[in-house]
Design a protein around this ligand. Structure first.
Ligand SMILES: Nc1nc2c(ncn2[C@@H]2O[C@H](COP(=O)(O)OP(=O)(O)OP(=O)(O)O)[C@@H](O)[C@H]2O)c(=O)[nH]1
Ligand SMILES: [Zn+2]
Length: 340
């Protein structure tokens, strides 16, 4: 995993250029340690010096690099340089190209100072890396969830350890309900449960969430080992207010996917980086997911979690949720055997 990304880091480390791009912009990136007059003189494009800083205060090393770079640029008499500050402590959600540039320099064992040169020459020999790749690499490899407290929770299904997590990806709070010793475990039974206030708390019949939540806890208890992660992904990531707006649209005849589109959202906005991070924090080696939703499997694999199996968790349909379940099967690829 990440072979291409590791090559990028190695190129930056050796002082070679790489192209860093977002959907709308692209630049040639050099770590400041390697910049020399030739690289600067060779280009007539705008040059940005990017500095990672906590409080707009440079370290001694950064000041030295900056002086060297500015002298080099000055000697070319171009004077088209600009200064970009990247927040050294920027949350992953706020990452833009400056933060990505600084991250690449740090991963290449350099100080937090980089050069970005506009209008890069696209050349097959110069490897390219996207902002998204940098963000995904950080989400996979950097510890971005934190176990804050662990205690016992006796429930009607059995007694679980409950661990509350905070995270630096979404900025939310989560819980993991853990049965037994899962550390080092292979094929651990895991339920990724997406928050559904209406279904989980009020027993809504519009969806199958509440019943799935309780069934999962029963199954984990019966298995004597497993984890339920309560993920803050209300409304497949669109939030409670928008989900209720989607319900109004469904009342008018649109299905759950069409309703999302009418509100300006994709079918499903969920990202499973937090789930992957918690699974890694629990030192689980591989999982067997309780789900009917193949995108949860791919969502975890994307962040390096080994998914060895799947157990279905199908709830009997009722009159109110049959259309919703049919849409999930037909449009979202959910593996539902009892829905036709
Ligand atoms: N946008 C939107 N979200 C919904 C709707 N009904 C339920 N949800 C949300 O969908 C999520 C549940 O996801 P589902 O796709 O039903 O099932 P799943 O959890 O992905 O798949 P399983 O693991 O098989 O249960 C929860 O976050 C609910 O709040 C709806 O009509 N519109
Ligand atoms: Zn629901």
């Amino acid at each position: 995993m990440y072979a291409h990304f590791k090559k990028i880091i190695s190129e930056v480390h050796q002082g070679n250029p790489v192209i860093l791009r977002s959907a709308t912009e692209q630049y040639t990136l050099y770590a400041a340690e390697h910049i020399n007059k030739i690289a600067i003189a060779d280009t007539s494009s705008k040059i940005y010096v990017v500095i990672g800083t906590e409080q707009q205060k440079l370290t001694d090393e950064q000041s030295e690099h900056l002086e060297r770079i500015l002298t080099a640029i000055d000697e070319t008499k171009r004077g088209s340089e600009g200064l970009l500050l990247a927040k050294a402590n920027a949350g992953i959600k706020d990452f833009q190209l400056p933060e990505a540039a600084i991250t690449l320099c740090e991963l290449a064992d350099f100080d937090q100072i980089a050069l970005l040169i506009a209008d890069p020459v696209i050349d097959a020999d110069i490897p390219q890396v996207s902002l998204e790749e940098v963000v995904n690499y950080q989400k996979t490899t950097k510890q971005l969830v934190h176990a804050e407290v662990k205690t016992q929770l006796p429930t009607q299904y059995g007694t679980f350890d409950i661990i509350a997590y905070s995270d630096e990806i979404e900025g939310k709070e989560y819980v993991a309900l853990v049965k037994g010793d899962v550390s080092g475990g292979e094929n651990v039974m895991v339920r990724l449960h997406s928050e559904c206030l209406t279904g989980d708390i009020f027993g809504s019949k519009r969806c199958d969430c509440g019943e799935q939540l309780h069934r999962s806890l029963e199954e984990i208890e019966a298995n004597g080992n497993g984890v339920l992660l309560y993920l803050r992904q209300e409304g497949r990531g669109i939030g409670l207010v928008n989900k209720l707006k989607a319900y109004n649209l469904q009342q008018q005849g649109f299905d759950t996917v069409e309703a999302n589109h009418k509100l300006g959202f994709a079918d499903d906005l969920r990202d499973y980086a937090v789930a992957a991070q918690i699974i890694r924090d629990l030192k689980i080696k591989s999982v067997a997911l309780l789900t009917n939703n193949p995108s949860k499997i791919e969502g975890l694999q994307k962040y390096g979690i080994q998914v060895n199996g799947r157990a279905e968790i199908e709830i009997h349909a009722n009159e109110q949720n049959i259309r919703y379940l049919k849409t999930k099967k037909e449009k979202m690829g959910h593996l539902l055997k009892q829905v036709f």
